[in-house]
Design a protein around this ligand. Structure first.
Ligand code: PLP
Length: 442
């Protein structure tokens, strides 16, 4: 009997014993192709020698120094490197241990920024219905996933949710992509006006939506309009790139493709690439200055912020991404993967949409392609697909997401950037086997 408290208490999980490039190996020697990098984490695969060496060297030199007393060389170097690459005027980095800690810190930083400026009425955060920002209470309140929120609703702060930018499901017949983007972006302005502009502190969104809907980018112009609205009303823009950041979409930061820079940016997953738990919140000079020139102290903190071994791993990961051209590779292999998915599944009667950017790809599954009608949730399509793919030796990330309040199943693919063209074939072959078992095309 296992004493580990797994996520799915009834699941009989195999024991992972080794990693080899894009593969995980279980105790019986079975190899699984990691087609989703866990949950868009393992961008360098599972046996990167450079990151492993960097971690070993750091542990041998300095395992831990509490940031209340001292900083460390890897934390300083990683912050410098991230800022040298960051969009807009992002200028300071606050290291945490994962994605929820990053988004949680972002909400608190936004509040404190306004307080330091004497704007204490600003207390509302606006987010989107199609979103996931983490599982701690503040992050959970910001996310729109009804299933995750349900049990904890009485504990959540009041955050309002506007429409996502989800073209496949919501763009009207005859409405141009641009007009659609402007229409849904303008919901932010309407919500700010409804709440009272002087009470709104921040808007939070994922540039490419991950866990709740499977790699959904916004249409062109959407985030530019969001940025405009935020600027007009003094609302901070928080972009959550925990899943879509760090090269996953073919840009180091996903928002580069949208031509906007946030006031606060959250990253995690790909930053540690699974080698260490690490996340970060980057903030603009203006925010930092408001706090430095005010109380001088961000009222937040965790024991392991800026952990030397975690930041050493992050530093080795970001250097690998940049020095080995892996961000560009994510862009190029992403196109190859997309073409392979279109060729194999583009005509499948239950594949409604193939989308994404870089090596962040989503497959939306529907009961009927013409009406885009989702499957009855009672069929458990996503769960069955996950199981069938796993048995075929493919780890992918199928989810019974919510489509803006409705149900919808999709599969998220986020393989390591080091995958080969043959391995793209392996993904599509195994996915075809799984789809054939769960959703045989009529
Ligand atoms: N934000 C986004 C966009 C995510 O996808 C996730 C995790 O999936 C989180 C935040 C939470 O990150 P973590 O699980 O590391 O706390």
């Amino acid at each position: 009997m296992s004493h580990v408290f797994p996520r799915h208490t009834k699941a009989d999980l195999p024991i992972a014993v080794a990693g080899d490039g894009c593969y995980l190996i279980d105790a019986n020697g079975k190899r699984y192709f990691d087609g989703s990098g866990g949950a868009a984490v393992s961008c360098l695969g599972h046996s990167d020698a450079g990151v492993t060496a960097a971690i070993q060297a750091q542990v041998g030199k300095l395992a831990f120094a509490h940031t209340g007393f001292m900083t460390s060389e890897p934390a300083e170097a990683l912050a410098d490197l991230l800022i040298s690459q960051a969009p807009g005027d992002l200028d300071r980095v606050y290291f945490v241990s994962g994605g929820s800690e990053a988004t949680e810190a972002a909400i608190k930083l936004a509040r404190q920024y306004h307080l330091e400026r004497g704007d204490s009425a600003r207390r509302h955060v606006i987010a989107r219905r199609q979103s996931y920002h983490g599982n701690t209470l503040g992050a959970l309140a910001a996310g729109g996933n009804a299933w995750r929120r349900q049990q904890f609703a009485p504990l959540l702060i009041d955050i309002s949710h506007i429409a996502p930018c989800y073209e496949y499901v919501d763009r009207g017949d005859g409405e141009s992509r641009y007009d659609y983007g402007q229409r849904v972006a303008n919901e932010l302005e309407a919500e700010i006006l409804r709440l009272g502009p002087e009470t709104v502190m921040a808007f939070m969104a994922e540039p490419v939506v991950g866990a709740t809907s499977g790699a959904v980018p916004a249409v062109e112009g959407y985030f530019k309009r969001i940025r405009e609205i935020c600027d007009q009303y003094g609302v901070l823009l928080i972009l959550d790139e925990v899943m879509c950041g760090m090269g996953r979409t073919g840009h180091l930061f996903a928002c580069e493709a949208d031509g906007v820079a946030p006031d606060i940016l959250c990253i995690a997953k790909g930053l540690g690439a699974g080698y260490q738990p690490i996340g970060a919140m980057l903030c603009s000079r203006q925010i930092y200055d408001a706090i430095e020139g005010g109380s001088g102290f961000f009222q937040h903190g965790h024991t392991y912020i800026g952990h030397p071994v975690a930041t050493a791993a992050g530093l080795a990961v970001v250097r690998a991404l940049l020095d080995r051209g892996l961000v560009q590779r994510s862009a190029e292999m992403g196109e190859t993967l997309h073409a392979a998915l279109v060729a194999r599944f583009g005509q499948h009667p239950h594949v409604g949409d193939l989308r994404g950017r870089g090596l962040f790809r989503g497959i939306e599954l529907v009961a009927d392609r013409d009406s885009k009608m989702p499957f009855d949730p009672a069929l458990g399509v996503a769960g069955k697909l996950k199981k069938a793919a796993f048995e075929a030796g493919l780890i992918c990330y199928p989810m019974a997401g919510t489509r803006d309040g409705r149900n919808g199943d999709h599969i998220l693919l986020a393989p390591p950037f080091i995958l080969s063209e043959d391995q793209i074939g392996e993904i599509t072959d195994k996915l075809e086997v799984a789809l054939g078992q769960v959703l045989p095309g009529e």
